[in-house]
Design a protein around this ligand. Sequence first.
Ligand SMILES: *Cc1c(COP(=O)(O)O)cnc(C)c1O
Length: 393
Amino acid sequence: MYADFIEQLREQQLVRKKEGLFRSRMVLNGPQEAHVSIDGQTFLAFCSNDYLGLANHSALIESVADGVRRYGVGAGASHLISGHSMAHHKLEEALARFIGFPRALLFSTGYMANIGVVTALLGRGDAIFADKLNHASLNEAALLSRAKLIRYPHADLSVLKKRLAASKAKLKLVMTDAVFSMDGDVAPVDELLALCEEHNALLLLDDAHGFGVLGKQGRGSLSAFEHCNIQSPNIIYMATLGKAAGVFGAFVAAQPEVIETFIQHARSYIYTTATPALLSHALLKSLELIEQEEWRREQLRKLITQLKNELQSLRWQLLPSDTPIQPLIVGKNEVAVQISKALYEQGVLVPAIRPPTVPEGMARLRISLSALHSEEDVKRLTTMLRDLAMNWE
Ligand SMILES: *Cc1c(COP(=O)(O)O)cnc(C)c1O
């Protein structure tokens, strides 16, 4: 039986290879930067979520060193036992203040935060309304909660409105990526919030790609919408700390009673070891850099404009996005893989994103920009893409 099972796995993997769906990992030898080292070769990388270029910032390295001297390495226990340190506590207060919410709670990862939030609040008899293009962690959270999952077409408010109105669920939650991770577009946050208020629904906003990047001083997607009532008690805000913030982790912000419910009931908060306090210590520094170094967001805006200009009228089209996530749609899986490979051979990393991460027939190159890229870096990429497009059979 065992040998059969292994043979079966091997066959499944062969099928994936034939379909151009097989995934493999690159091994980086050194820090995450605009240029990364793999197998002794240097690549220009357009594939990280380190949008502000903080993942290898010297001030963060310093504060990690300071943090480890103060708090040691491991947290040793979960937050509810004895793993909750002063660094975690201060960071929660600083994050709440930064985004203008009454209270925030750290989770180990964004994946765990989404699971914890949804399963702590909803169960059988409740309903979850989810954008079709949401991140996988939100969908998984909905399934785990046993609430009814109702998906609506991407950013389609009129369908969402009808489905909200038709629902007789006890508790309703609308959940959405604020910046869609594979498309780079921004959800109509203000209109979604108005709909939620009208229908007495909670709004879970996953700002993994907006926090630090969008809004005034990087305060995230909510602050990017001028007329959005951030004070609304309907909002539950989630953001990750391993992307623009350059470190690791995630947090949720909401009304104090909602946060207290997570501390009492969110299983992915309760039944896991706290992240090392040294990371929270470093994140306090990261938050300062996010707030103070506007040049990073300015540089991103400049590069986004440049990339869009230089890729105009190519046979492959960028999706309309004003964020550092710039997807170039090529359609077929094999084409995406071939372009990605051709770039790789010229020393440039851009990942091919294929189903099931994106819909069938919408394979793409997901170009992500960082404040550490230079105009020459972007020019190098766009020149290669133009050459490839011109000579494509
Ligand atoms: C990355 C991501 C997550 C998961 O966050 P991690 O901290 O990496 O676990 C959740 N939602 C979205 C939209 C993401 O892009």
